[in-house]
Ligand binder design. Structure first.
Ligand code: SD4
Length: 343
């Protein structure tokens, strides 16, 4: 289920790693993929999501279809932090944000959407069936229902209910996000431990290039757990949580959405790639911009960018260690630990 991530010290990392049976963190160079198609997505849940995307990419399907299908896998999983199984806002309601963008600058987005299982598919309908880019709240829900999406029961998953009850004990509002909060009760965010003992995250961003060399991207989230009602992060905002320029590349973001929005994060990364930077160098430069802005507050903020350029090169960079991304192509299928500004 859900999550909140906490920047943890090296010793905490190793004891935690022992606890959850994972090896200690070590960042890696970007994976080199040979040829198209390729799909990349954020966090561990990306492995399963990429498989969903590959069902389409592997059959020479369109990147747009692949990025929708891929993140639907994550939205479907009640065991995960994305979608209706996720942590609620501080009033106890799960509210979802998502956006999608294709190779022709077409884009669609929904935000503050309740009781709909697949916000990413509603975002695609906004893109394809309305003259608009973004629908929010009850209007987005009304549109979804009119489009035939079922209105699901308003009920927290068991894990979310447990986390929410835990959070309610203090009801402390400290909007720190995307920090590996492995059970640290000093922050407002409940740890996101899956039933199988894994930690998980509340957003998935995915970008893909299909066999024709076209790029598309998607991003879907439950946002910050126990957030103020109505709070939106970067994930549904084109240019912040996601951006695609088919001539150059595509980027998605995860982490503290407010700070991604501040620098138009994903758009910035794509523009830096346009200037000739590799995906990793572009992600790093955008991260450095956030670091410069936030100065000494940076220890409490995690942001990561994940990008793919038109040549099929992949790269990522985070503020703090702990960010992993999943990659799948004809010759590679793995999880990569991204490099970070702090070591
Ligand atoms: C947000 N960027 O709502 C999202 C949260 C996130 O992993 O990425 N969490 O700000």
């Amino acid at each position: 289920m859900i999550n909140r991530r906490k920047f943890i010290s090296a010793s905490a990392v190793s004891s935690l790693a022992a606890l959850i049976g994972k090896k200690a963190w070590a960042s890696e160079a970007p994976a080199i993929v040979k040829g198209k198609p390729v799909v990349i997505s954020t966090w561990d849940a990306g492995l399963a999501a990429n498989k969903g995307a590959w069902e389409i990419l592997g059959k020479s399907g369109r990147a747009l279809d692949a990025v929708e299908a891929g993140v639907r896998v994550t939205e479907d999983s009640l065991n995960c932090c994305v979608g209706l199984g996720a942590n609620p806002d501080r009033d106890g309601f799960v509210t979802l944000d998502a956006c999608i963008m294709d190779e022709n600058f077409n884009c669609g987005s929904v935000a503050f959407l309740e009781r709909i299982k697949h916000p990413i598919s509603v975002a695609r309908r906004v893109m394809e069936k309305t003259p608009h880019v973004m629908l929010v709240g009850s209007g987005a829900q009304q549109f979804a229902v009119a489009e035939g999406f079922p209105l699901e029961e308003q009920k927290l998953s068991l894990d979310a209910q447990r986390s929410y009850e835990e959070w309610l004990k203090k009801s402390e509002y400290k909007p720190v996000i995307n920090i590996e909060n492995k059970g640290n009760a000093s922050t407002s965010f409940a740890p996101a431990k899956l039933a199988n003992g894994e930690w998980n995250h509340d957003t998935i961003g995915m970008v893909a290039m299909d066999a024709n060399g076209n790029l598309s991207g998607s991003c879907t989230t439950s946002g910050m757990g126990f957030k103020m009602r109505g709070r939106l992060g970067d994930s549904p905002i084109i240019g912040a949580g996601l951006y695609v320029d088919n001539e150059v590349g595509a980027c998605t973001a995860t982490g503290q959405g407010e700070d991604v929005i501040r620098v138009s994060g994903s758009h910035t990364v794509v523009e830096l790639m346009r200037q000739g930077l590799s995906p990793e160098a572009a992600c790093k430069k955008a991260i450095e911009r956030i670091v410069r802005i936030k100065k000494d507050k940076i220890k409490d903020i995690q942001v990561a960018f994940l990008a793919l350029n038109k040549k099929g090169q992949v790269g990522a960079f985070a503020i703090h260690k702990g960010f992993s991304y999943a990659i799948k192509s004809n010759d590679v299928e793995k999880l990569v630990n991204a490099k970070s500004w702090t070591s």
